[in-house]
Structures are given as C-alpha cells and as structure tokens.
Design a protein around this ligand. Sequence first.
Ligand code: PEP
Ligand code: MN
Length: 270
Amino acid sequence: MNDIKLAGLKGRDRTLIPVGGKIIGKDFVLIAGPCSVESEAQTVEIALAVKEAGADMLRGGAFKPRTSAYKFQGLGLKGLKILEKAREKTGLPVVSEVLDPRDVSWMCEYVDILQIGTRNMQNFSLLKEVGRVNKPVLLKRGMQATIAEWLNCAEYILHEGNPDVILCERGIRTFETYTRNTLDLSAVPAVRELSHLPVIVDPAHATGKVSLIPPMSLAALAAGADGLIVEVHNHPENALSDKDQALRPEQFAELARAARGLLAYMESAR
Ligand code: PEP
Ligand code: MN
C-alpha cells in the first residue's frame, strides 16, 4: 500500500464532509431512493416517503450503466432536473452517478454528491475529472477490485485536489450466485484502519435481494460503517432497473427505525 499516501491514515485526522445538515464521517447517514429516476411523480413520491422515514439524502440515477445496451439508460438531464425538484420539495441533498468525464462539471449544478459506480472505479480520466471539482464524491468499490486498488482510486481523486471522498462497499464478485454479489463487510473495518476516509455500505447491490437488505444493513452498522445507501421504490414490481432489490417505502421505514435503534444501542454500550 506504498502508494496510498493522501488516502492513508498516517498523520491525518478523519475526513469529515458536511452535506445538508449532516457531517459524513461523524454522523451516521442514510441515503435512499430509486435505482433510476423514472419520472417526476415516481421520484418525488419516493423522496417524500424516504424523508418521512428518516433518510438524510436522496439517491437516484439519471445516467444508468446497464449491462444490456437495450435496457433503460436513464433520463439524463431530464432526470437531474427531476432530482432538483425532489430536493426542493424535501430538502434532501441528492446523490447521482456520473458516467462520463464530459458531464462532471455541469452535473455539479444538479447534485450534492457525485457517485462513481463500480464499473467506473478505475476509469482514471473520470477520477481525475471529479478530483478537480468542488463536490463530494461517492466512490464505489469495483466489483473485482481489491481494497488496495480501491484506495488507489480514491488517491487519484485526492491527488487532483478534491479532499471529499466517501468510499462505498457494494459487494464483490465471487463464485457465489445466490446473492448478486458478496458483501465484503470486513472491508469496512479494514478501510477504517487503513484510511481516514468515511466508508458506507450499499446492501442492495451487494445482495440483490430485498430479504437480505435489513440484516446486512445492521451488520454493516455493527462493522462500523458511516452510513448506508439503499434502493427504495414505490412500485418495485414496475421498476425500470434493479426491481428485485428495491425496498418498499414501508420496508425502508422499518429498516431506518432498526438502524437508529442499533446505533443508539452501540452508543450507549461504548
Ligand atoms: C447504482 O447505484 O444504481 C449502481 C449502478 O451501483 P453500482 O455501481 O454499485 O452497481
Ligand atoms: Mn441500482
């Protein structure tokens, strides 16, 4: 890990990133919303529901990196404008994925956090571009990446001058096929002992199954995650992407309650 200089823990305080009313790295943050922004009605309804349930931020993809070239690719700019509306209505800061280095600077006008997806973790031109803007970056772990490779990617962003990187463990590819990926929860405490950067967990893409999201969310908290990012849909059966891993708003509300309860217990036991 010789090249992990700026992302390394040595001699550095933990990185704290204020977004909305929360400080990522200090306060536990719950990010929730649809995989894809599909329409204004869908996004606003979900945003209001997750806000009511206690989410701190809204997620939603406007540019979608799909395995199939023939599936819904996202609404692009229209989707970002919808996210802006949802933010106006709820006050929730917005997290959305950027796929292309050419979109980084103008997308900053629409989002509060730029997401780099698993498929782009080692897209070095994209990393350099988000390293030059003044917006926090949520860097998902590549599905085939080691922890060292992931931290090296964070290093690229920091090296360009942007200090606000949030790491996100979202499951890695293993021989297991029952789950969509394998949630590498040991990465959470590992990253916390290697780096000062906050680390959150995405149990939706990690498992691909609604039933596994609540237990893995609580396990992530127990492992020391700084937050969770989960997919929520008002009509999962009709979702244009990732329908099998979308919680219904009431399931999310229940998860939010359980997470806050576990956090309170962990604080009291400290
Ligand atoms: C997403 O957050 O919807 C997404 C595409 O995630 P990942 O890059 O982790 O697959
Ligand atoms: Mn998704």
